[in-house]
Design a protein. Structure first.
Length: 256
């Protein structure tokens, strides 16, 4: 009987207490990886840690650079880095809170940069590594009222491409990719519904059909487990040629 393909590998997943991060963590653990879970809430993280055999939990506020660097130190040697932590704020640009802009960019762009910076040298030394940045369809196209989120996610794709080129020059076994799904059934999306209803002036019950899924050709939300399985594929040895890409799971969004 063959061993799971990630046996002996260590994975760090941010935003791992729910949604996409949790789904990826479970999938990587099922494939044999030792997972390190990180999120801002220590109690929520501990509840999740107890459900994944052998998992470690390191709570960290990724909006603070010293916290990001502490996370990197406590995580230690990491073979797979999943930058997933994210949050949303919906408002017209003229009313957009500047502190929220700083928060979103710090968590979704600066923190991934700092973690990649910390983890790449070890991957080069071991001649194997996978960096997966969880972007969004909004890494590639824009929507109104999401200036900070769209800007951070677009920047994440630029970071992905740059890191992939640098990594390829150092090791052919270190890849860097961005996974860009459209709307996934997560707490982050659920929390958007009230904000979207407010800024667009529609009932909350109609937000999915009239706003969130209008560009989605298949008219359905993606399940977190589906993103988790795609992420696990990108971590396989045979996925070595997939690097520097923004891989869409957009249910036909960009086909329009």
């Amino acid at each position: 009987m063959t061993q799971p393909f990630l046996t002996g590998r260590t994975a760090l997943i941010t935003g791992a207490a729910s949604g996409i991060g949790l789904a990826i963590a479970k999938e990587l653990a099922a494939e044999g990886a030792s997972v390190i879970l990180s999120d801002v809430s220590a109690p929520a993280l501990e509840d999740i840690r107890a459900t994944i055999p052998g998992a470690r939990a390191v709570a960290a506020d990724l909006s603070k650079r010293d916290e990001v660097k502490r996370l990197a130190r406590e995580a230690g040697s990491v073979d797979l880095l999943v930058n997933n932590a994210g949050l949303q704020s919906v408002s017209p640009i003229e009313d957009f809170d500047e502190a929220k802009w700083d928060l979103l960019v710090a968590v979704m762009l600066t923190a991934p940069f700092l973690l990649i910076k910390a983890m790449l040298p070890g991957m080069y030394e071991r001649d194997w590594g996978r960096v997966l940045n969880v972007g969004s369809v909004h890494s590639l196209v824009a929507s109104p009222f999401k200036s900070a989120y769209v800007s951070a996610k677009h920047g994440l794709v630029g970071l992905t491409k740059t890191a992939a080129l640098e990594a390829a020059a150092r090791s052919r076994n270190v890849t860097v990719n961005a996974l860009c799904p459209s709307y996934v059934r997560t707490p982050l999306v659920e929390r958007q519904i009230a904000d979207q209803a407010r800024v667009h002036g529609v009932p909350e019950s109609e937000v999915l059909s009239r706003i969130l899924l209008t560009q989605n050709a298949q008219k359905r939300l993606i399940e977190p487990s589906e993103v988790g399985k795609y992420a696990a594929f990108l971590c396989r040895d045979e996925a070595w040629s997939v690097t520097g890409t923004a891989i869409t799971m957009d249910a036909g969004w960009l086909a329009h």
